[in-house]
Design a protein around this ligand. Structure first.
Ligand code: SF4
Length: 457
């Protein structure tokens, strides 16, 4: 260990830009064993490891780095899977630069440990040798319904099954995985990795109901009487418009998920309508990871031009920096410091977007800079297709009322330690905390499962 001067930080290798633009296959290659061992060997084994604190799951990062560096891959696998429901997925999709790697003590000088890439390697290498996650063989009596099969639902199901509880999962879509299946593009997360985790839950005894919308295909009151507990991991799936004139009047202004889900379904071989951006000038409004997914999807779909419009400057972009770099490499153009004012609509079709330029204020006491609109700076950016990637709000299903589950002013489910106002019902992830990261949804699923189990004992 401590070999951070002998080995410099290395990022996982990326596929050549010209090749990766031709398909939706993953961009990053998984570390080989020697590379993973060397990179793990850089770790300083800090007594009070900041990386562990920077990881929302509180993963035992130095412990599994040490086991990797000292050639104990089985123990590294066990430790890595102990706190995380799907480490090989989060190693691929977490914005490590603002989480574990951002907090790594080496980040300020020698380069952070490549934690995400090593995490992915540990599980992928173990799976290739036939290892699997472990679940309890001793079944308990209680049955838990998990509604929603996204990251928080999968996490809750994983930690309940590990303790031997019976789990039935209900998903309104035709495939399990939620955001992991239909939200995040394949170039960041191959869908076989999601299916693999779901299949292990099924092997562990979980029952999965697809195409099953609660309140329509199954009665919630029936579930309430049939199950000992219900976990709501229904996400925040309602996309947000900008609230500007003309945005609802044009047939070519879309929400981000319409673009991403349609193309992902087509890529999975489904005969569906999708937004065809080929040879079009695409403008995406927003600066987060979903906006990056939209622009990078559009370049792969052979759009004529792809622009990302963001109201702050590059330093204040909220998403992962590596995704911004990847998008630039793939030919996306950024227009910073612009705020949308209205959509220019002709005969029901948007032909452009009226923008105002912005400036950043001086930082306030907390260091935050405000956006200042430059009055009179209007100009028009031409566009054939406009995509709004401005975040998500919870959909509030009517069955929450039937369950007497309280929601708050923005539609989030009210909880105290994941318990809702109905003592049989628990909630976590985006439907409870607001739209956030897959890793925080995984934390909620794990912690809610622990609360459910505690309440049984
Ligand atoms: Fe880092 Fe995410 Fe893995 Fe935690 S789960 S160690 S934040 S990549």
């Amino acid at each position: 260990m401590l070999n951070f001067t002998k080995f410099e930080r290395i990022n996982p290798e990326k596929r050549d830009v010209l090749l990766r633009l031709k398909d939706f296959n993953e961009v990053y290659k998984v570390f080989g064993t020697q590379r993973a061992e060397e990179q793990a060997d850089r770790c300083m084994q800090c007594g009070d490891p900041y990386c562990h604190t920077g990881c929302p799951l509180g993963n035992f990062i130095p412990a599994w780095l040490k086991q990797t560096a000292t050639k104990n891959p089985d123990l590294a696998f066990a430790l890595s899977n102990e706190t995380s429901p799907f480490p090989e997925i989060l190693g691929r999709i977490c914005p490590q630069d603002v989480l574990c790697e951002g907090a790594c003590s080496l980040n300020t000088g020698h380069g952070a440990i490549s934690i995400g890439a090593i995490e992915t390697h540990i599980s992928e290498e173990a799976f290739a040798r036939g290892m699997k996650p472990k679940f309890s063989e001793h079944k308990k009596d209680q049955k838990i319904a998990v509604i929603g099969s996204g990251p928080s639902g999968i996490s809750a199901a994983t930690f309940l099954l590990r303790k031997g509880y019976n789990v039935e999962m209900f998903e309104r879509a035709d495939r399990a995985g939620g955001l992991l299946m239909y939200g995040i593009p394949g170039f960041k997360l191959d869908k076989t990795t999601v299916d693999r985790r779901i299949n292990w839950l099924l092997e562990a005894g979980m029952t999965l109901h697809l195409n099953c919308e609660i309140g329509k295909d199954r009665d919630i009151k029936e579930l309430e009487s049939e199950f000992d507990a219900i976990y709501l991991g229904i996400g925040a799936t309602a996309g947000r418009f900008a609230g500007i004139e003309g945005e609802k009047d044009a047939s070519n202004v879309h929400l981000a998920m319409e673009l991403l889900t349609g193309i992902q379904k087509r890529n999975l071989g489904k005969n569906v309508d999708f937004i065809d951006v080929k040879d079009k000038n695409v403008v995406v409004i927003g600066g987060g990871d979903t906006a990056m997914d939209c622009v990078r999807t559009s370049v792969r779909e052979k759009a004529k031009s792809v622009k990302c419009l963001y109201r702050r400057d590059e330093a204040n972009m909220p998403g992962s920096k590596k995704e911004v770099v990847n998008a630039k490499e793939e030919g996306v153009e950024y227009v910073f410091n612009v705020s949308p004012k209205s959509i220019v609509v002709e005969n029901g079709i948007a032909t452009g977007i009226e923008l105002l330029t912005t400036s950043m204020s001086e930082p306030d006491e907390s260091g935050r800079q405000k956006v200042v609109i430059n009055e009179g700076s209007e100009y028009i950016e031409d566009a054939d297709i406009i995509i709004m990637a401005l975040g998500f709000s919870p959909e509030v299903p009517t069955f929450l009322k039937d369950l007497n589950v309280d929601t708050n002013s923005w539609g989030g489910i009210e909880t105290s330690n994941y318990k809702t106002s109905n003592k049989k019902v628990y909630a976590g992830g985006d439907c409870q905390r607001g739209a956030h990261l897959a890793v925080t949804a995984a934390v909620d699923g794990r912690e809610a499962a622990r609360t459910i189990i505690k309440n049984f004992s």
